[in-house]
Write a new protein. Structure first.
Length: 216
């Protein structure tokens, strides 16, 4: 998997490069120190996934993500940052990021996240997922929750998957908790997305909060 690293701190770029280059599934094809360079490097290198810092000089990561995904709709951007506030998370996702990780994430989990976003699966750090739920509950539909139609209703298994998803669990972790295969979890998530007309795990989570299916 060809990865572009974007971060204004040389130490962070170096650390990311070391463990990505040592992982058999990833290779670093370039680096950028700000959002402007990120956009330029993306156009030249066409990487599979961009690891994007948020707070940078010249152009921040949110602006860069928005420019990249507007020009290349199939681009996969994974935000990796120290900022875990709801405002940063929501802004990054709205800009087109496919996932959001904090920098204390284990290196192996970052590699797994890169593979996930490349496969069109959204990724959120567990505490990011919990924060997103809180933000949506505080801001979405203050006069009441959205009601599910009969066609949107979930089976007991699908509801269990959504509940575990809201706890920040991966497909593998959900599969282990429910004693099912990971393929079964992916299949059920696909049916949930189809029922709710959403495109990824993040939108499933947001819809589940708005319909009051999950709580903090």
């Amino acid at each position: 998997m060809r990865v572009l690293i974007v971060d204004d701190e040389a130490l962070v770029r170096h650390a990311l490069r070391i463990f990505l280059e040592s992982a058999p599934a990833t290779v670093v094809v370039g680096e950028a120190v700000n959002g402007t360079e990120a956009v330029e490097q993306y156009r030249i290198l066409q990487p599979d996934v961009v690891l994007m810092d948020i707070q940078m000089p010249v152009m921040n990561g949110i602006e860069a993500t928005e420019m990249i995904t507007a020009e290349y709709p199939d681009a996969r951007v994974l935000a990796v940052t120290t900022f875990s506030s709801e405002s940063h998370v929501i802004a990054a996702l709205r800009a087109g990021a496919s996932g959001y990780l904090v920098k204390d994430t284990h290196p192996d989990e970052i590699v797994s996240a890169i593979l996930d976003v490349h496969a069109d699966r959204s990724v959120l750090s567990p505490r990011i997922a919990r924060g997103l739920i809180a933000a949506v509950r505080d801001t979405a539909n203050p006069n009441g929750h959205v009601a599910l139609s009969r066609a949107q209703a979930l089976t007991e298994r699908e509801l269990s998957i959504v509940v575990f998803l809201a706890q920040g669990m991966s497909n593998a972790e959900i599969a282990q908790a429910l004693h099912l295969s990971e393929a079964t979890i992916k299949s059920n998530l696909g049916r949930i997305m189809s029922k709710w007309d959403v495109r990824d795990r993040v939108q499933v989570l947001i819809h589940a909060v708005r319909t009051n299916l999950v709580t903090l």
